[in-house]
Design a protein around this ligand. Sequence first.
Ligand SMILES: NC(=O)c1ccc[n+]([C@@H]2O[C@H](COP(=O)([O-])OP(=O)(O)OC[C@H]3O[C@@H](n4cnc5c(N)ncnc54)[C@H](OP(=O)(O)O)[C@@H]3O)[C@@H](O)[C@H]2O)c1
Length: 269
Amino acid sequence: MNTLSSVKKIGVIGSGSMGQALISGWTRSDASIVAVVRDVEKYQHLEGSLGIEVSEDRQVLSTCDVVVIAIKPQIIKEILADFAPFIAPGAIVISVAVGVTTEFIGKCFPQTNQIIKAMPNTPSQIHMGVTCVSGGQGSSEDAIAIAVELMGAVGDVFVVPEAQQAAVGALSGSGPAYLFYLAQYLQEGAQELGLSGELADQLVRATLRGSGELLARTELTAGDLRRQVTSPGGTTQAAMEVLDTQRVGETVRSALAAGVARSMELGKG
Ligand SMILES: NC(=O)c1ccc[n+]([C@@H]2O[C@H](COP(=O)([O-])OP(=O)(O)OC[C@H]3O[C@@H](n4cnc5c(N)ncnc54)[C@H](OP(=O)(O)O)[C@@H]3O)[C@@H](O)[C@H]2O)c1
């Protein structure tokens, strides 16, 4: 089976926050990397910081055996045609764009059927991300294995059916935002209780970090861990009763459903 060591050149279309996070994981591989950008001056610094090539010339994609698409789904449909003539026959194309199907990308790039959809998240920036990968129709096991290895450079990887991509996007793709939202309100609330901003900030960061690690390292469920903190009649129980009364659990479910619905809309374009 061909794996990452067989990849010679990776072309990245879209070098924003996600594109750069992915590139930073791949600089440790033997593959050379080129970021294809609209404005070379804006991204020139990546040549120094990440040791990659930055180019405005789309033609360079024809030398890439893997092409990664990390541009916003809202514009992807307008601009993919501009890149189509330069994709090499049989190249592996990995798209991280929320809502955009492998079928759509396959239609734009008829010279290859090795189309993979991947749903990473922002902790990929520190190589602690999680990515769900799906092969499109006709994609080979080799192509999926290479995508898994590439995404594995920035965190954990799960292979899922493409039909589940909207749901995993709403969970792990958007998930960091939900936790940061909670962190933001915890910090603000703690300041209202009289803690300094600095102390509240440090306590929130340490609490999320420790709780995340605890959840990751134990076989107990999140519910079990929550119950461990919640003594009957205690302070945590008083706080949890407010969350239950305000139906925060149901609100979280509705938020996930809204993410899935938006993913479907973006897919329809
Ligand atoms: N951020 C997340 O948490 C997350 C999670 C999962 C999936 N994703 C997906 O990742 C993709 C990128 O998201 P992001 O957060 O990284 O967005 P972003 O920071 O806005 O980056 C988008 C990049 O696309 C570039 N771009 C736009 N048009 C281009 C063109 N014609 N040629 C070359 N580059 C072009 C932009 O360059 P300019 O500077 O020239 O505009 C920018 O570098 C999206 O499809 C999103 O759905 C993101």
